[in-house]
Design a binder for this molecule. Structure first.
Ligand code: KIV
Ligand code: ZN
Length: 570
């Protein structure tokens, strides 16, 4: 064997067939497909430890609960567990009236017989027959020509299935045929096989046959699969007697895209697994595909309103964890750590609230997390990459504290300092504790005790305040006048307590409602020649909240002076 210069030289590029007048690129998906879940067959066959009966029961119940009406429950001729499970479903009357179970069989006499045996007593069922059609299988594995495949594999086994169905007329039957490795098969031969199956089975528009077209191994870009599907749809002899089903695997990581483009090409049905379990890289992920439709305004007719419960069940059944970044379901997919993303999300939530709109127009969140049972709590998480947006969003959403803009910048620096020391992600509670420590509970040197207000509108400085403040443990009284309570308080503490404060900006709002409402006041101020900083006060009385805010600013300034003196002493 000659040596190759590079390993990639051993792979031949897919040669697209001539199909210039394809129409699917101009189509969109406007209706959901018929769904078939194959977790219990394709998915189960691919597990390190296949599901036991308990797990199978849970997976079946989950498929039903999600709203899947066609469920492939096993490969009864290949596995006694699968056979027994099919018997359990039938004998224990576990199949809801509106659900079809489907069973898979290879095109071999004894396997078909055994598969029929598993179905005794069922009310209705889809019999799924398959054999491979691709050249590598015909030439290398079977050693058969195209004609021989038709004569020895397709025709006799379709006839056998048809005859066995006729022998059990009390059962409502449907028939599915899969040319395994369809996407690697020459299109003219695939068409011949399909036409033969439809003819031999005697399908009619009233009794359609399901023709399932797998990318058993995905090895082209998704557009090639869409071309194949559209070509087959346009060229089969009896389109009106066929439901075209897709069965995309995910070897190139494009199973979802392949299914979407092939639906645009006109397919009717999709076979896949919940969270994309299945052989190798898995079958197409039904959750991903369905919620992609959902985010485009098309209801998939499936229920994913409690995605975490679904995830828990699937992880239990498959014994495989769902990746934290799995589309729509991963633990991290509705979470933003980046400051600019958080800021944009925060603004969009506020705008949505202000506009009272139902339409979802949210940066960085493709769907509303609430629609899959997630809360907004996890939307924003704060780490060392986060900025003010995330921090203030968490304070607002979890504690009702709506920081003014310049204070957001100041407080984010406080949080950043803590995070630089701990290096850890912050929860809303952690952020609240920092806020409380920094602004609300700094005990020294100033502590509010009480005040009295008097008002005489005939005077230019209409308000007089008498206040009591503890400074470093000693109680002080002070009196001042001004054109409002804050002005009067500032004058009182400047004159008699020697605390020169200049108020630069003021914001307040209430937290909570009715009798339990609390006022929160944010005061931007300067102490003497010091830098601008904020103080915050909370109280059921709005005036008291303002006075506390000024004392909070004084305490912060005192802490700043202490730190800078300590730093210069070192
Ligand atoms: O992937 C595949 O080709 C299959 C067939 C048996 C339908 O699972
Ligand atoms: Zn498969």
């Amino acid at each position: 064997m000659p040596m190759l210069k590079q390993p990639n030289q051993k792979y031949a590029a897919y040669k697209p067939f001539a199909f210039a007048d394809r129409t699917w690129p101009n189509k969109t998906i406007t209706t959901p497909p018929i769904w078939l879940a194959t977790d219990l067959r394709d998915g189960n066959q691919s597990l390190i430890e296949p599901m036991d009966v308990e797990r199978k029961k849970k997976m079946f119940a989950l498929n039903v609960r999600i709203g899947i009406k066609e469920i492939e429950v096993g490969f009864p001729s290949a596995s006694q567990t699968d056979f027994d499970f099919v018997r359990f479903l039938i004998e224990q009357k576990q199949i809801p009236d509106d659900v079809w179970i489907q069973v898979l069989s290879p095109a071999r006499d004894a396997f078909i017989e055994r598969t029929f045996e598993s179905l005794k007593g069922v009310k209705r069922a889809i019999f799924h027959l398959y054999h491979a059609t691709a050249p590598v299988m015909r030439n290398v594995v079977f050693g058969l020509s195209q004609e021989e495949v038709l004569q020895t594999m397709t025709i006799p086994h379709v006839r056998q299935v048809k005859a066995l169905m006729a022998k059990n007329p009390e059962i409502e039957w449907r028939f599915e045929f899969s040319p395994e490795m369809f996407s690697n098969t020459e299109m003219d031969f695939a068409k011949r096989v399909i036409d033969t199956v439809v003819e031999e089975f005697g399908a009619t528009p009233q009794n359609k046959v399901i023709i399932n077209l797998p990318t058993t191994v995905e090895n082209t870009t998704p557009n090639c699969y869409a071309d194949q599907i559209e070509w087959i749809i346009r060229n089969v002899a009896k389109r009106d007697c066929i439901l075209i089903s897709l069965h995309p695997h995910n070897d190139r990581g494009t199973g979802t895209a392949a299914a979407e483009l092939a639906l645009m090409a006109g397919a009717d049905r999709v076979e896949g697994c919940i969270f994309g379990n299945g052989e190798r890289t898995g079958n197409v992920d039904i959750v991903n595909l369905a919620l992609n439709m959902y985010s485009q305004g098309v209801h998939p007719n499936l229920d994913f309103s409690d995605i975490d419960e679904i995830k828990k069940t699937v992880e239990y059944c498959n014994q495989i964890a769902v990746h934290p970044r799995h589309p729509y379901a991963g633990d991290l997919v509705y979470t933003s750590f980046s400051g600019s993303h958080q800021d944009a999300i925060k603004k969009a939530f506020a705008s949505r609230e202000a506009k009272q709109t139902q339409i979802w127009d949210m940066p960085y969140l493709p769907i509303d997390p609430m629609d899959v049972g997630r809360s907004y709590e996890a939307v924003i998480r704060v780490n060392s990459q986060s900025g003010k947006g995330g921090i203030s969003y968490l304070l607002q959403s979890e504690y009702g504290v709506d920081l003014p803009r310049r204070m957001q910048i100041e407080f984010s620096q406080v949080v950043q300092q803590v995070m630089d020391t701990t290096g850890k992600e912050m929860t809303a509670d952690d952020i609240w504790n920092i806020f409380d420590r920094e602004y609300l509970s700094k005990p020294t040197p100033y502590k509010y005790v009480g005040h009295k207000l008097a008002e005489d509108s005939s005077k230019p400085e209409a308000v007089e305040v008498q206040t009591e403040v503890v400074i470093d443990g000693a109680t002080h009284r002070a009196k001042g006048t001004g054109n409002g309570p804050i002005d009067a308080f500032v004058s009182a503490i400047a004159g008699e307590l020697h605390a020169p404060v200049k108020v630069m900006d003021y914001h307040e709002h209430s937290i909570g409602q009715g009798a339990n409402a609390t006022a929160i006041t944010y005061i931007e101020m300067r102490v003497g020649d010091g830098p601008t900083l904020h103080g915050v006060g909370m109280d059921s009385n709005i005036v008291t909240a303002s006075f506390k805010a000024i004392l909070s600013g004084l305490n912060r300034d005192a802490a700043r002076v202490r730190t800078s003196e300590a730093t210069s002493a070192n």
